[in-house]
Design a protein around this ligand. Sequence first.
Ligand SMILES: Cc1cc2nc3c(=O)[nH]c(=O)nc-3n(C[C@H](O)[C@H](O)[C@H](O)COP(=O)(O)OP(=O)(O)OC[C@H]3O[C@@H](n4cnc5c(N)ncnc54)[C@H](O)[C@@H]3O)c2cc1C
Length: 415
Amino acid sequence: MEVIIIGGGIIGLSSAFYLQQAGYTVTVIDRTDLSDGCSYGNAGYICPSHFVPLATPGIVRQGLKWMLNPKSPFYIKPSLSSSMISWGLQFMKSATKEHVERSAVPLRDIALLSKQLYEEWAQVPGLDFSYDPQGMLELYNTPENEHHAADTVRDAAALGIKASLIDKATLQQMEPDTEIRALGAVYFPGDAQLYPNQLMRSLQLYLKRNGVLFRGKEEVTGFVTEGNKVKGVKTLGGVYAADHVVVAAGVWSRELARELQLRIPMVGGRGYSVTLENAPYKVRRSVILSEARVAISPMNGNKIRFGGTMEITGLNAPPRMQRVQGILESVKRYFPAYDVPLPPADQVWYGYRPCSADGLPHIGNMERYPNVTVATGHSMLGISLGAATGKLVGELVAGTPTSMNISPFKVERFS
Ligand SMILES: Cc1cc2nc3c(=O)[nH]c(=O)nc-3n(C[C@H](O)[C@H](O)[C@H](O)COP(=O)(O)OP(=O)(O)OC[C@H]3O[C@@H](n4cnc5c(N)ncnc54)[C@H](O)[C@@H]3O)c2cc1C
């Protein structure tokens, strides 16, 4: 049976991994050469600690305040495009306490499943991605966030996720290599870190060795349908027949879904990162700077990556270096010895998170075309939830029971 996967990001490759294992003939089609994109330059967190979706009460008010500051971590470019308006309305509707409470268990379950699968992948000969189950520190610097941290620890405990509040002295003992300016931190010992660029390269090589076909620089433009079946995909180069199609095209899945009369409100949440090779700066664990929404990731021994910003803007807008400057200035406020100059624009990475309207992914078979599986909308968590999503896609294609309840991720929930 022929399966075509549209999109060679983490969701597409992870799906290919499980589909190939199950014996399908798998082709991955991507419009790029599969060497960059959102799944590469991200922070690499595997984070069951992130059981709160992007759409939360207060985010809209906070976002409006931040919009006035060009170095702030969040920005929405005012736009009259219908897709942006539709996403914005759904996002505001979803940003409730009830939604946050409803989302915690599904986000926890998919994250824990994913972490377990990454641990299995780390044992697979030929798959190398510098997996490090070191835990994560979320630093805070305001009394308001200290309260918030205490709430997070309580909510995590209720979900069975290990988390503890640690004071400044303990924080400094845990991270002795540099001075840290923070009131304290939440420590999540169950989180892990990987090196996403290495993961993506290694997965591609592994999949190719195991018979998965890759068609790079080929853009899918539409589908061949017959009744309630998709019979193939159209690209600029021709038509590829398929028994089953997986739509895993990140933020661009919105347009592909529309071709199939499926509405998925989604926008690209652009984020930036700067990576130093052989860095003089060392942290032993992944670190989040709460107030600045900045991630610091130690990777693969001697690398360090600084990442952040959620910029909801057009997918072709030029990068805004002031935001990168904002990230690096925030780092210095917490880590005074970290003097990282703004690199030239060509050394700054950026990518577009596929941000669904309620912060939950869309994973499932389409009602209208049951031989199409959609797997997208992972927002800030595509790497963390990637391995589990691939496994779920494998199960959905095979029509076997899924490893967890995926009804909260229903593909048609906004249709
Ligand atoms: C700064 C930053 C830090 C982040 N940190 C983390 C983190 O620590 N942990 C975490 O879990 N997540 C993190 N993320 C989010 C994560 O990177 C994304 O959720 C994830 O990469 C999305 O993967 P994807 O496979 O859905 O999409 P993508 O990686 O965008 O892949 C989609 C692919 O589809 C292809 N495509 C699109 N349209 C077509 C078409 N028509 N035809 C053919 N191919 C097509 C694209 O070329 C692309 O290669 C971060 C993101 C950013 C920006």
